[in-house]
Design a protein around this ligand. Structure first.
Ligand code: ATP
Length: 617
């Protein structure tokens, strides 16, 4: 079952919703006051029938117009008080609840940033988006409305029924007859509705994913003329969601039918029975009016129970979906282990025994051999979602990139180059073995420090919706400014930035100016070098550049590389020439290490890869 599909079986909505308490706690006083105000407002509404009784049995029976006017004035005042109190309730909850929603959303976003790459590999982005938007909106609505009104309406019904029993207990019992079947219907409804609500919310997530992918991949869709088939696929999803929503509507209609019909029948029976009693002189007309007015005043609280329960179920589902993400372990969950020098991370325990235990015994707290560069010691790696029997993506990698040295990683497509580079900044965790930077085990280096030591640039450069300058300076420390930016742009041969409409202040990214692939790549490279990192990991960073630009970037990069220790994934000889030595990766193993010339002469696979004869690329 994919991680985004959970079962609602045996879930208690109440227990699930209790998880919201840490967020509701700071606003509990306001929420309680608001609920209290709403209870008072609702009970004020129940006084109206009593005033009616007084009017019918008093001034109306006595034909006293002054008394009737006085009664009307009381009714007006009570009505106004009810309206003002309900308005006050709304005012009391609006601000704190928007704060709860904002807080939950910010926490979710913060958590998403901290989740490991493996988590994001597994989860569809639309599922995350829908949790951060639709689900949180449902939660705010639940806290604003059903949470209060389930309580308010409950109290109102109890008080109303007590008033009716006090008016005339036999009539009161008639009204109470439908209670048992209505409660049974609610219990059945709650269970069934939970499953359908979950399905609908998951389907909204699927829909969001498709919209997002279509927008991001619009060029491919248009380029291949796939807009019709995409639209068809989207329509299918929409219809599936429509079907689920209709199922929800049918369930709501059924419970609504029961909740409305049974009490109405009871009121009808009470009306007949009460009229007979009035005719026989056993009951005053005023009491019957008061009784029926109270019963009618309770219609809304009773009828609303159906959709309040439905909204509560949707909120419970939203809570469940929200915490599925929040409960996922953050990548720094192992920090204590690392900081205490315990060494190996938790994930190794998740992998099968043969892949474990191969780590050489280098304690994380071993004295740092200064300027040792990057060392891979018996590193093996398997993607967490790889099929159980499949061979590891990387196996027994032993590699030493000396301080100040640049090592090119060459290998056929799919040989594991990108995967190997991702292990250094701990975007993925090694399954077994160790990686050390200047003698320090990377698992013993706090992540923040690790990522300030290691800068990365990937083949597919990502720019954020921000200015060119902000995108580049993202790779530098807090104090970096214009001089660092200029230097980085010069190294990456990204001077084109100055010619953009607003220079380096030009907005790029999704909503900003579109840049070419080569321009993006150069900005990503500038981001990697701007912070003068001690270790540089470049995943084929020049692939989109023309030969002249590539040569210019390489000339400038050489200067940078002389001061850093670098691991560079390379496909072209020109990129390989940037490096001092080359490691050849074959099916996840390092099969040769040497200079470009040495490997060209002595290794047939390398020679084939460099000559471009390898058809797998
Ligand atoms: N997130 C993932 N989950 C499971 N398997 C993956 C994942 N990412 C990559 N792989 C697999 O790992 C293997 C190595 O991929 P990797 O991207 O490291 O190769 P590469 O040498 O960089 O290839 P290329 O030169 O084409 O970029 C491939 O077989 C790929 O299918």
């Amino acid at each position: 079952m994919p991680p985004t599909r959970a079962t609602t079986k045996d879930r208690s909505a109440g227990r699930t919703l209790l998880r919201l308490w840490p967020y509701v706690r700071p606003v509990r006083v306001r929420l309680s006051v608001a609920a209290f105000v709403a209870v008072i407002a609702s009970c004020v509404g129940l006084v109206i029938p009593l005033v009616l009784k007084w009017m019918v049995d008093g001034p109306v029976a006595d034909r006293d117009p002054g008394g009737v006017w006085l009664g009307a004035l009381y009714l007006l005042l009570l009505g106004m008080a009810e309206a003002v109190l309900f308005g006050l309730r709304r005012w009391l909850v609006a601000r704190p609840l928007s704060r709860v929603e904002a807080g939950m959303r910010a926490d979710l976003y913060g958590h998403l940033q901290r989740l490991p790459v493996a988590f994001h590999d597994r989860w569809a982005s639309g599922q995350l988006l829908s949790r951060a938007t639709t689900d949180l909106m449902l939660l705010r609505m639940f806290l604003a409305f059903p949470l209060t009104f389930l309580l308010v309406n409950g109290v109102t019904i109890v008080v109303g029924v007590l008033i009716m029993l006090l008016q005339d207990w036999t009539l009161g019992l008639v009204i109470l007859v439908p209670t048992v079947p209505v409660m049974w219907t609610c219990a059945v409804f709650e269970k069934r509705y939970a499953a359908v609500a979950r399905l609908a919310q998951d389907q909204v997530g699927d829909l969001t994913t498709v919209v997002e992918e279509s927008v991001l991949g619009i060029r491919i869709i248009k380029g291949f003329g796939r807009h019709r088939s995409q639209a068809r696929a989207f329509r299918d999803l929409v219809w599936r969601l429509r079907g689920t929503e209709l199922r929800k509507a049918r369930m709501l209609a059924a419970i609504w039918g029961v909740i409305v019909t049974l009490p109405e029948l009871a009121i009808g029976a009470a009306l007949v029975w009460g009229s007979v009693q009035v005719a026989e002189g056993e009951l005053s007309a005023g009491t019957l009016v008061a009784f029926l007015s109270t019963a009618l005043a309770l219609r809304w609280p009773v009828e609303s129970i159906g959709f309040l329960l439905a909204m509560s179920q949707e909120a419970a589902t939203a809570t469940e979906r929200y915490f599925e993400v929040r409960d996922a372990a953050r990548e720094d969950a192992d920090r204590e282990d690392a900081d205490s020098g315990a060494g190996r991370r938790g994930p190794s325990a998740r992998f099968p025994a043969p892949l474990r235990g191969a780590a050489p015994q280098v304690p994380a707290s071993a004295p740092a051999a200064d300027s040792d560069g990057i060392r891979f010691r018996s590193v093996s790696f398997r993607y967490p979602d790889a099929s159980p029997g499949s061979p590891p993506t990387l196996a027994e990698i032993d590699l030493h990139v000396r301080t100040g040295e640049s090592m090119a990683l060459v290998g056929a497509t799919g040989s594991g180059k990108t995967t190997l580079t991702a292990l250094v900044p701990r975007l993925h965790e090694t399954t077994s073995g160790r990686i050390t930077l200047d003698g320090r085990d990377i698992t013993a280096i706090p992540r923040e420090e690790l990522r300030s030591l290691v800068a990365v640039a990937f083949e597919e450069p990502t720019l954020f919706s921000a200015s060119v300058g902000e995108n580049v300076l993202m790779g530098a420390g807090a104090g970096a400014g214009a001089p660092e930016l200029e230097r980085a742009l010069a190294i990456a041969q990204a001077d084109f930035a100055h010619a953009l409409p607003a220079g380096t202040a030009t907005q790029v990214g999704e909503q900003g100016l579109s840049l070419s692939g080569g321009q993006r790549q150069r900005l990503a490279l500038a981001r990697a070098v701007v912070g003068r990192p001690r270790f540089l990991v470049l995943d084929d960073p020049l692939s989109a550049l023309d030969v002249h630009t590539e040569a210019a970037v390489e000339a400038a990069l050489r200067e940078v590389l002389s001061g850093t220790t670098a691991l560079i994934v390379a496909h072209r000889p020109s990129t390989v020439l940037l490096a001092d030595r080359v490691a050849l990766l074959s099916d996840g193993r390092v099969t040769a290490v040497g200079t470009h010339q040495e490997l060209l002469r002595g290794n047939a696979e390398y020679a084939r890869l460099m000559s471009g004869e390898d058809h797998r690329r």
